[in-house]
Design a binder for this molecule. Sequence first.
Ligand SMILES: Nc1ncnc2c1ncn2[C@@H]1O[C@H](COP(=O)(O)OP(=O)(O)OP(=O)(O)O)[C@@H](O)[C@H]1O
Length: 330
Amino acid sequence: MSLLEVRDLQIEYASARGPFKAVDGVSFSIERGEIFGLAGESGCGKSTTAYGIARLLRGAARIVGGSVRMDGVELTKLSDAQFDAYRWARISIVLQSAMNNLNPVMKIKEQLIDAILAHRTGISRADALRQAGELMELADLPKDRLERFPHELSGGMRQRVVIAMALALRPELIIMDEPTTALDVITQKGIIDKIVELKRTFGFSVLFITHDLPLMLEICDRVGVMYAGRMAEIAARERMLAGARHPYTQGLLRSFPSLTGPRVRLEGIPGSTPDLVAPPSGCRFRDRCPHALPVCGSVQPPVQAGEDGVVSCHLYAKEDALDEAAAAGS
Ligand SMILES: Nc1ncnc2c1ncn2[C@@H]1O[C@H](COP(=O)(O)OP(=O)(O)OP(=O)(O)O)[C@@H](O)[C@H]1O
């Protein structure tokens, strides 16, 4: 059984122009010890998916369908109190800005101790302080920083503190949403190397979200590519590097410099993402797709799962699947 199974997840926002699904039937799974990446252009629903899993959706957002199972337990059905037992202990989250994770008026020491004491019963404050020191060591942070306030640390150090906090209760899944985007390249590299090293040591899984596709392909075991609220393709890192199947993934890969290949002119993807309040019928990528077929305008591409991963594109649809989708759409 996979550690996390997301099936047909649907998340809706209310907006002045009417409700829209920012996540519309997304499915993927994360194995134990795996780093799974979510890629796609801004607004495709990566963060909303992550927040839905971690129950961090606020205000106008709600899950309107689908399932999120961890170790077989349906998380969407848990009460807030039951979910609290999962948060930090089994699922923790690292956001882009460390200041969104840290309390600016509390010393680092107090925040780490609070994180430990909040979820562990029968542990003394002295033990929690000792553990806080160990967490600082794990994240390669000098222990004297325990006595500092967040604003007294550099951005990179703050993000290391957040990673240390996320590890405090040894969760099985850490959701990282753009964890290094706000940092310079050198600091970013140090933190990414640390995350990979800690993952090897502790064996947790990571749901990793970034705009930086080359970085994603460097560290993720598998990558899911979202487009306009739907999953376009899921493939192992090696498969993606050897050549993606979905025309959207191909376009996305051509928009970034290659890690290893020859230097080529970078191409963007012409056009823009569709309006989610009134999405087009059929394939949502069809207006930007260089290979669009007549069927793409009317029939939603079936999800095809096989040895190469998952792809949702009519170019790969077997005839019987196409017939089924046409029948369902008519
Ligand atoms: N709080 C909100 N209220 C209304 N709409 C929202 C809210 N948050 C996100 N959205 C909309 O939901 C869609 C998905 O946004 P989301 O942030 O999940 O995408 P993303 O792929 O993570 O983008 P980015 O990479 O820019 O963070 C977008 O159309 C966005 O404008």
